[in-house]
Design a protein around this ligand. Structure first.
Ligand SMILES: Cc1cc2nc3c(=O)[nH]c(=O)nc-3n(C[C@H](O)[C@H](O)[C@H](O)COP(=O)(O)O)c2cc1C
Length: 168
């Protein structure tokens, strides 16, 4: 494996640049099966006095079933050159194809056997500590938010404690 474990405190990811340009692959599963998809939304910070990462997954995604049934998920930030991988993982469903195989990604395993990818620049392995559905009743500025939900399918937010971080 090219990646190695580091203290998450030493990571200095340019979050506002990465998410919105390179984006990331969220993955969940274990030895019995896994799936991955592109995400453009992610938060990192501190909550309940723990280092946390939050991602947002719509129930219609195949990845959702893995997020729901496993205790861990991962966030892998691939280099900007991996455009085709990000495109395929963000447009095709794991219900139809094996995206890990199709993209030639090298599967690694972190805590709880959570899947992540050796091609990444950096990776977070997270243990779920809190999940919450985004809800119409909580929207404060509808003009910005409601267009994302014309057909429902409101995201579920998954907050995980960052239990491992890897980088090159
Ligand atoms: C740039 C980009 C960002 C995306 N961000 C998210 C996201 O944050 N949450 C989400 O539910 N879907 C997001 N998607 C859509 C999923 O990646 C896409 O629907 C994927 O095919 C789902 O795969 P699955 O059915 O195998 O889980 C994004 C797609 C792209 C291209």
């Amino acid at each position: 494996m090219k990646l190695h474990l580091v203290d998450p405190k030493t990571l200095t990811p340019e979050i506002f640049r990465v998410f919105g340009t390179q984006n990331a692959l969220v993955a969940a599963g274990d030895q019995s099966g896994c799936n991955t998809m592109t995400v453009g939304w992610c938060q990192l910070g501190r909550l309940w006095n723990q280092p946390v990462c939050t991602v947002y997954v719509r129930p219609s995604r195949y990845t959702y079933s893995f997020m729901e049934t496993r205790d861990y998920f991962t966030v892998s930030v691939l280099p900007a050159s991996e455009k085709e991988t990000m495109k395929l993982c963000g447009s095709r469903s794991g219900r139809e194809i094996d995206k890990v195989k199709a993209c030639g990604l090298t599967l690694c395993r972190g805590a709880g056997d959570a899947p992540f990818f050796d091609e990444a620049e950096w990776v977070l392995v997270c243990k779920k500590i809190y999940t919450q559905d985004l809800e119409p009743a909580c929207v404060q500025d509808g003009t910005q938010i409601l267009p994302y939900y014309e057909s429902g399918d409101w995201h579920r937010a998954y907050t995980g404690r960052v239990v491992e971080a890897y980088t090159k």
